[in-house]
Structures are given as structure tokens and as C-alpha cells.
Design a protein around this ligand. Sequence first.
Ligand code: IMP
Length: 421
Amino acid sequence: MITVVIGLQWGDEGKGKIIDHLSNQYDIVVRFQGGANAGHTVYYKDQTLIFHLLPTGIQHENIMGVIGPGVALDPEQLLHEIKQTEEFSGSVRERILIDPRCPVVLPVHKAIDGWEEELKGGIGTTKRGIGPAYRDHYARIGIRVGDTLDPDQLKKRLKLTLEFNNQILGARYGKPPFLFDKLYTELLEWGKTITPLVRDTHTYLLEQLKNRKYILFEGAQGTLLDIVFGTYPFVTSSHTLSSGALVGLGLPPQSINQIIGVTKAYTTRVGKGPFPTEIHDNTAQRIREQGNEYGATTGRPRRCGWLDLILLKYAVSLNGVTSIALTKVDVLSGFQSVKVATEYKLNSKSIKYPPAYTSHLEHVKPVYKEFTGWSEISNPDSLNDLPRELIQFIRFIENYTETKVGYISYGIKSEEILKVG
Ligand code: IMP
């Protein structure tokens, strides 16, 4: 039984909380794309844990964590995160599997990610080296995890990768090269450390499916950051859609049973790019403070705006969402009114679908429907315990997207979530 959890906006929708909530029903949590650019926040034993690379839920001792072939893996970050998690949860190494096909993120990729910002027009990347690492991967000059377990193969591959990347660093940015010997030794050492964790995760997952295990695929970033269907070029470098799980893990489409799409009751975005419903007055600051809207990976203040139903419906259709998880409804408690965009005006024409050209999305003017705000939410047992105004808001989203809201998250604690429908 496979469930995919993906973000329906520009990331930071609260996927970590939903996955953590679901994890007691699952045996295995799997990352399938992205890398340490993700930041999935959970509250565990009164502490805040942020997972960048390890699958969320790994803090629970019944969960196996799988890092599938589509993930860009940063060796330093992996070891750091394992160590950090072990401070809370005891040893986790024996519960983590890493696919030998994962592209490796090298220090030179992180350096180039920073230097390239200007060239790319200030996308506002997380500088975790994700774009440059995937670039090498697709250009077939990258290093994969399996190479670090084979000294001769690593020598060949590292020479190739470094030659290319050092040229970019030197010729374009006048920076000194990364030295082969040091990196080679470090990567071999890392390979030895992780050898027990490396396994063909594709055959592992097929076996576990046969054993009728419950498996959760954990998306990172969000639909609107997808490399193809997102707001290109202001996107990440991987396939963030539910179908990205199939590409990133090598499983057939019919293996997926449920697709949970996560959205906030409003919208945020970090980094540059079009954002039709962005708020430019004090209301944005109010949402930012009440929702603690600061990047989990970079600490940057997030841009804030109203819920955009045109984009939400687009995201639902791209992913084949079977159930929506609506998060952070508590952040809007106490607002006199709450808005949602229901259509755009583009050159005085009315449209209900986002234009395929990102530059056109810069020019749309959202048309809003206004809702009366809702009061504080206190320990609801069912949907009917929620404020009436919030129920109206939820019903409107369901009707518009033609998709049921299955989960409502109303606070930061793991128990502050309601399963409905
Ligand atoms: P990159 O993925 O670091 O290359 O960054 C590309 C764009 O995606 C930038 O606008 C980032 O801010 C954004 N981004 C990457 N990862 C996340 C995430 O996990 N949440 C929100 N935005 C992200």
C-alpha cells in the first residue's frame, strides 16, 4: 500500500507535520527527489526537529527510512543529520537505506550554486548545490553514491566532474579549484562509513510491497517548484509532482494507492518568482509572525499571500490528488476577513487556469472572494467543532477543487490535526 504526500504550493506547506502524523500507520518513509534543500519540521518530545535529507518519521523506531535514486545526496549533510537525530532517538543507522544510484552533491556544487545566483537572475536558491549536482547528473559527468564504494571508479568519475566544475569556478568566477586528492580521500572515507546503508532500494521496495508493507513517499518542495510544471525558471531542479515518485524510485504508476496534497490556508513563497496573490501591506507581516513564516533551511522571511485557488486546482490536477491536507488554519484565526483568489484577469480577459508562460503569470490580477474570518480553534473532535466560518471556507475549497479535504492541521503540535472525511 503506497501513499504519496506532496506539496501543492511553493513548498513549506507543512508536509513534515502531515507525514509525521501518518507515520504511525506506515512501515517505511521514502524520499524520492530533491536533497538537503528541503526542510521538514516536526515536533518530537517537545523539541523541534528539522529533516533536510533523512525521511521524516525516522525518529520513530518502527520506521525504515529510504533515500531513493532520485535524491541528490550531500554526504556531509547526511552524516550530520544522522548524528543529530541519534541524539534524540538512539541509533537510526540500521533503519536507513540509501540507493547506490543517488547523485552525490559535492562541495564544488554548493560553491557554484552560490556563485551562479547572479547568472540565473537571483532565483534565490538554497545554495545546497542541488541544481549543479543534478546538472552534472543529467550531463552524465556526475558521481553516484555507488562510485564512492569503488576506488578506481571514483577516481575516474571525480577527475571528470572536477575538471568540468573547476573550469567553471576558475574561468567564470576567478575562484581557486577544489583539489582532487583531498576530495577523493574524503569521499572514499565517506563511502566506507555508509557501506552498510547502501542497498538497491528499488528491489527493496518491490519486496516490501509484496510483503504488504505500508509505504509513504515523502515529496519535497512543492508542485509550483517543479522543474517542468512550476514557475520556471524560479523552480527547483527536480520533479516535485506525485509522478516524480515513480521516476525517482522506478516504480510503476499503478503502484500508488493514495495521493495526499498539502496546502496552507494561505500561500507563502521563498526566493524570487511570480506570486499573484502576494500581499504587500501589514497583513503579510501579520501572517508571517503568526505563522512563523521563516525558511526552515535558510531562515529567510517567506513572502506571504492569500490562498490561490487557480493554482491550487492546477496542482490538484497535476498530481491526481485524492485528498487535500489543509494546514495552518489557526494562523488566520482572528482575522476579520480572509480572501481566496478564484480567477485571474489577464489583459482584461478572465482566466481560471494559470498561463503556461511564467512571464504571463507575473501580469495576472487575481479576483478574490472574501470570507468572514474565524475565531480560535480549540480541541475539535470533528469537523462540526470547528468555527462555522472555517467550515464554509473549507467547503468552498472542496467545491472549487472538486477534491475532499481529508486533514485539517490547526497548530504546531503533532496532535493538533483533525482527520475528516
Ligand atoms: P534550489 O532548490 O536550492 O535550487 O532553489 C530553487 C528555488 O526553490 C528557490 O526559490 C528556493 O527558495 C526554492 N526551494 C527549494 N527548496 C525549497 C523548500 O524546501 N521549500 C521552499 N522553497 C524551496
